[in-house]
Write a protein that binds this ligand. Structure first.
Ligand SMILES: *Cc1c(COP(=O)(O)O)cnc(C)c1O
Length: 386
């Protein structure tokens, strides 16, 4: 297997790869070089929204690719304008900034909150409160925002200006707000990397109320929960509040790099020429892919997401070896008797790709995975739990 040796020899050792070499994919299935078929319930970590090489997505992307692949942000180009307009109309945000990844979308969210603090409130060293067990990215600043020491340890000193409070603990939230007087609270509605744990409605309601009373910005990291994943277009829509800033990435362009930071209301005016920027941000090909994805996430598709979710929850909740199922929509975590890594390995051998998050098996299937394909995959997962 020369590719394994060459990978180890030439690629920085940040990934512990599985012994699987994907050479082709179609919808929710993919193939290794020996032609073995796998049902993919991981979608490249919630990226391939409509699976591999979806036909309508491919033609939207190729059409743009044949027109032109890139221009600088010094000139106007249509795909990013169309996408921004779509996101504003669908969410009620007033402006969008485009970047290339989740970490960058969060960097922009943090910069927007800090600039707002400086411009509007005259605060010089603002604190942003984030949640324990959160995940916001791998840059030095988004690592600082990430409320998990395991990610911090080897990379000190991190960016100042962050404090942490436990998720789903209203009393602790009140204390943290009093103690740190934060300009913003940043959170995922379902903590993905932290173990697929949704925030309780009570906690979010309390947070929204406190934020309103104390004029604190709400930054929602929808990098993983966004773009239909939870059964609503964005995860915050399950909770019924209006955020100030929403970041998203992963599934937005259906498999191409993109990040988007949505600025609501007064935050829309915070950036001025040269206060932020990105060479690749708003890339026409990525945006053409995203326009295709967002235009297809309608009520019917979201209903399908919730139906698929129910099928998974109903099938696995009472299955042998399952202790519980957490999450929302097609972002689900399964707590199992045996170690999650062992379940992943067994599933892979049996032709199903699943992920882990902390101690759970994590499922992030394509939003349009055919029901029969999903049923087949669930039978295989059940077999791996026996
Ligand atoms: C994946 C993820 C990120 C980081 O996204 P990258 O594109 O890897 O930079 C940030 N926040 C959340 C919630 C994520 O799931």
């Amino acid at each position: 297997m020369s590719y394994i040796e060459d990978d180890k020899k030439y690629i920085a050792g940040t990934y512990n790869r599985f012994p699987l070499h994907i050479v082709e994919g179609m919808g929710s299935v993919c193939y290794d070089e020996k032609g073995k078929e796998y049902i993919d319930l991981g979608t490249g970590i919630a990226v391939n929204t409509f699976g591999y090489s979806d036909e309508s997505w491919v033609s939207a992307v190729t059409e743009q690719l044949c027109r032109f692949q890139h221009t600088s942000n010094l000139y106007y180009s249509s795909p990013c304008i169309t996408l921004a307009k779509m996101l504003c109309e669908r969410t009620g945000c007033s402006k969008v900034f485009f970047s290339n990844s989740g970490a960058e979308a969060n960097e922009c969210a943090i910069k927007a909150a800090r600039k707002y603090a400086a411009d509007v409130k005259g605060i010089k060293n603002p604190i942003i409160l984030t949640l324990v067990n959160s995940f916001h990215g791998r840059t030095i600043t988004t690592l600082a925002a990430t409320g998990q020491d395991v990610f911090h340890n080897d990379f000190l000193p991190l960016t100042d200006g962050f404090a942490y409070t436990p998720a789903n603990d209203i009393e602790a939230l009140r204390e943290s707000v009093d103690k740190y007087n934060p300009v913003a609270v940043m959170f995922e509605t379902v903590q993905g990397e932290g173990g697929v744990n949704p925030l309780n409605k009570d906690f979010v309601d309390a947070l929204v109320k406190i934020a309103e009373e104390k004029d604190i910005l709400l930054i929602v990291d929808e990098v993983q929960t966004g773009n239909g994943r939870t059964g609503q277009l964005y995860g915050y829509m399950n909770y019924g509040f209006t955020p100030d800033i929403v970041s998203t990435a992963k599934g937005l362009a259906g498999g191409l790099p993109i990040g988007a930071t949505m600025l609501f209301g007064k935050l829309g005016e915070v950036f001025t020429p040269s206060s932020h920027g990105s060479t690749f941000g708003g890339n026409p090909i990525s945006c053409a892919g995203a326009v295709n994805v967002i235009s297809r996430i309608d009520d019917e598709l979201l209903k399908g997401v919730r139906e698929r979710s129910e099928l998974i929850v109903n099938t696995l909740s009472n299955a042998k070896g399952v202790k519980g199922v957490t999450g929302m929509g097609l972002m689900l975590g399964i707590e199992t008797d045996r170690p999650a890594a062992e379940v992943v390995k067994r599933c892979m051998e049996a032709g199903v790709l699943v992920l882990t998050a902390k101690n759970k098996v994590r499922l992030l299937p394509a939003l349009n995975i055919p029901m029969d394909t999903l049923e087949k995959a669930l039978e295989i997962i059940k077999g791996a739990l026996e």
